[in-house]
Design a binder for this molecule. Structure first.
Ligand SMILES: [Ca+2]
Ligand SMILES: [Ca+2]
Length: 309
């Protein structure tokens, strides 16, 4: 009997891998309403609670259609975007805030022929800190020794849940370009396509991270994320390590399923932190007495769940 059970489990496990020609995410599943949304399986790590709460998550990775002066998406109508963060001081002047915002893909199995590609929208000029103390505007050049990054985009991959390995820092691509060239020819935000060979990760399951990090930079976007010759769906054993806490609205309350989480902070979209609860990691907890509205639940493992109740 035990043997039968084991082979049944083995069968389940192998059936959970779904071979596909490619994994593609164009960020088109957004409902045009939710203020801070990412596709199923995509997660994020936020700079801090201040950034997380400002402007309904606009300073964190989220999905949107094109707004203002941002470039048109290379695919469909929507993309993942993170705005550069600022707040207003007492004189109503903009004060830039440092950011370190991560957007992380689902787990994807790769083969020796797998290639990662995506479009990144950004302004090369604003990868540099062009505050006045760094720029001689008369000479149209950086001051001596004052060429330095503002906010850059770093791309990482990690295999089987291990350490993140950087594939690229956008700043490095432009570090030799002259100030005048950047200003005259690379000022506008445009989409550029990037590709990376993932063959060294063949036979493993990877995640890809987009890290928007620095200060005084500009808004960036990601679209048409793709890994060709990949298998979607995850090895069951590995997936089990990634079970995350969740929550849902029920009968006017919020029910929290901890799934290993030990605490949760509850934020109202317009009122900040309204409650903190200790969890036992196992049993569902019901949170009542909250007014109707949008809530953001932040668990101690970094998982964020948004709920309208
Ligand atoms: Ca798109
Ligand atoms: Ca977000």
């Amino acid at each position: 009997m035990k043997k039968l059970l084991l082979s049944a489990l083995a069968l389940l496990s192998s059936a959970s891998m779904v071979a596909q020609d490619k994994v593609f995410e164009g960020f088109e599943g957004w409902d045009y309403v939710m203020a801070d949304w990412l596709p199923d399986g995509w997660t994020e790590q936020n700079t801090d609670e201040n950034i997380f709460m400002l402007e309904e998550g606009a300073f964190t990775w989220h999905v949107s259609n094109r707004e203002g002066t941002l470039p048109y998406p290379p695919e469909g109508s929507c993309y993942a975007v993170v705005y550069y963060a600022y707040e207003k001081d007492e004189n109503d002047a903009k004060v830039d805030l440092p950011q370190d915002e991560w957007m992380i893909s689902p787990v994807i199995a790769v083969s020796e022929n797998s290639t990662l590609s995506f479009y990144a929208g950004y302004s090369p000029f604003f990868l540099f800190d062009v505050n006045n103390e760094n720029v001689d505007w008369g000479k149209m050049d950086f001051k001596e020794g004052k060429r330095k990054p503002s906010t850059t985009l770093k791309i990482y991959v990690r295999s089987n849940g291990g350490e993140w390995v950087m594939l690229k820092d956008m700043y490095d691509e432009w570090v030799e370009t002259s100030f005048a060239d950047l200003f005259n020819n690379y000022f506008d935000s445009k989409f550029r396509k990037y590709s990376f060979d993932l063959s060294e990760y063949a036979g493993t399951e990877v995640e890809v991270a987009f890290r928007f990090v620095g200060m005084y930079g500009n808004t960036m976007e990601i679209d048409a994320f793709q890994i060709t010759d990949a298998a979607v769906g995850v090895d069951r054993a590995f997936a089990d390590k990634r079970v995350r806490p969740t929550a849902y609205a029920q009968g006017g309350n919020i029910v929290v399923e901890p799934r290993g989480a030990k605490s949760v902070d509850i934020y109202a979209a317009n009122a900040g932190l309204v409650a903190s609860k200790t969890l036992d990691g196992v049993n569902c907890t019901c949170i009542d007495g909250l007014a109707s509205g949008l809530y953001l639940l932040r668990f101690n493992d970094g998982t964020i769940v948004k709920i309208m109740k």
